[in-house]
Design a protein around this ligand. Structure first.
Ligand code: SAM
Ligand code: SF4
Length: 430
């Protein structure tokens, strides 16, 4: 979502004569768009600002803006601690950047961290999305009302807010005109998307089915989804929607019901496994990935073993796993943490299984022809980058004219993160 937001900031400032600089070391204005989900984010911000500051010691000072969730959560401290920073803008206020820059030039420091989601989206409706990537992001929903006890999102991104259905479709049309062949719908809880107009309810399933109608669009994805919002209409899309990719990022966090309850997750393991089974029954080739938090306060050996059991049963092909990071203001931040050494050992154990499954999945694609959407040429190499249906990275020999096409690639080898191969000549898939 930060990538989407950064692109939109780039679109907005065009109106006052700014454009994205190609030179990281020579810019009139820097915007650092930050994430606050785990600890150390704030320190990374000060480190990055320090790096830029050093580079400008004998040049005209650029305007330094900190945007995103760290700005939202730590605005006062940021401005106090580093005078080189001029402006902080929260994720729901970035549409005001032009006015803020104008005020700043009139010598005012700015702290803009109001929650104003609707007016942000209203404002963005009139700003053309210039993203011209083959695979583009499109935010449909923001914020969260679920308040998992470990998570800062409800505090930094604010309450759940869904964009109007027609506005999303209009922006998708812009992206398709710009050359998008794949669109990933985004939201902190993307499948909680819910918009009412004239007594009509629009859900994510309606968006997926509407997007399917655009012939130039070849692939549709969405992320990140929550198990509680995997409703029947969304599951049904996997039977009917030909462009919906057979890969679902569906975080479970832990394989222990006790820990899920402590986390305030609002689902248990059985609920998750039921969704998994329903989807696998519809299409056995659907693959899953997940997020895991290890060492959550109260996680005991037996709870952790349940997580190991789960990942031995469901062969996630790609997952994010981290040790619990205490976030200021959350309920979990007041709880007694699991010993760091134990958490580290557990994480290593979990990751060894997750990585083995990931490697096995990649190996299973070797010596096979797979459909790859060609995204771009890799800079400095005579190779191209694309992704298969399961969102695996693929690096292969191709031609410039293949960019934007789905081609058949013969996979010759693989490692944990990437598949390598060659385009099968005269075997274009689409
Ligand atoms: N809304 C999605 C869900 O609940 O399934 C996930 C979105 S959340 C922004 C992304 C991931 O960050 C979570 O799934 C969780 O694993 C991780 N995360 C959030 N807070 C964390 C914390 N305090 N410590 C470690 N990981 C955390
Ligand atoms: Fe955070 Fe996801 Fe929980 Fe919302 S549902 S609080 S975004 S982890």
């Amino acid at each position: 979502m930060n990538e989407y937001d950064s692109n939109r900031i780039g679109d907005i400032v065009k109106d006052i004569g700014y454009e994205k600089s190609k030179d990281q070391n020579n810019a009139d204005c820097y915007v650092i768009n930050t994430c606050h989900i785990r600890d150390k984010a704030k320190e990374k911000v000060f480190h990055e600002v320090g790096r830029i500051k050093k580079n400008y010691s004998n040049k005209k000072k650029p305007i330094m803006i900190i945007a995103g969730c760290v700005a939202q959560a730590e605005s006062e401290e940021i401005l106090k601690r580093e005078p080189f920073i001029d402006v902080v803008i929260g994720p729901q206020s970035y549409h005001k950047i032009n006015k803020i820059l104008d005020n700043f030039q009139k010598n005012k420091k700015a702290d803009e961290t109001e929650f104003d989601t609707i007016s942000k989206f209203d404002f963005l409706e009139n700003v053309k999305n210039s993203d011209n990537n083959v695979s583009s992001f499109l935010t449909i929903q923001e914020g969260c009302d679920k308040f998992c006890h470990f998570c800062v999102v409800p505090y930094t991104r604010g309450p759940e807010c869904s964009r109007p259905f027609r506005t999303i479709i209009k922006e998708a049309e812009e992206l398709i005109k710009n050359g998008a062949k794949e669109i990933t719908l985004l939201g902190q809880n993307v499948n909680a998307y819910n918009f009412y107009q004239n007594d009509n309810e629009f859900k994510i399933s309606n968006l997926l089915n509407e997007l399917e109608k655009y012939s130039e669009l070849k692939r549709i994805r969405y992320t990140t989804s929550h198990p509680v919002d995997m409703t029947e209409d969304l599951i049904e899309c996997y039977k009917t929607n030909k462009k919906l990719m057979p890969f679902i990022h569906l975080p479970i966090q832990s394989g222990s019901d006790k820990v899920l309850k402590l986390m305030n997750r609002k689902h248990n393991v059985e609920h998750y496994v039921n969704i998994y089974n329903k989807l696998i029954n519809i299409n056995p080739s659907i693959k899953f990935s997940s997020d895991f938090i290890i060492g959550y306060p109260g996680e005991e050996k037996d709870d952790f073993e349940k997580t190991l059991k789960l990942v031995n049963e469901i062969k996630f092909i790609n997952s994010f796993s981290f040790i619990f990071s205490s976030r200021p203001g959350t309920i979990a931040s007041k709880l007694k943490e699991v010993d760091e050494k134990i958490s580290k050992e557990r994480l290593i154990m979990l990751q060894s299984i997750l990585f083995k499954n990931q490697i096995n999945h990649n190996k299973s694609l070797e010596n096979k022809e797979i459909d790859v959407l060609v995204e771009n040429k890799i800079s400095g190499q005579n190779k191209y980058f694309g992704r298969n249906e399961y969102f695996n990275s693929v690096i292969f020999e191709a031609d410039k004219k293949d960019i934007g096409k789905i081609v058949k690639v013969n996979i010759e080898n693989s490692n944990q993160n990437t598949l390598f191969g060659k385009i099968k000549n005269n075997m274009k898939a689409a």
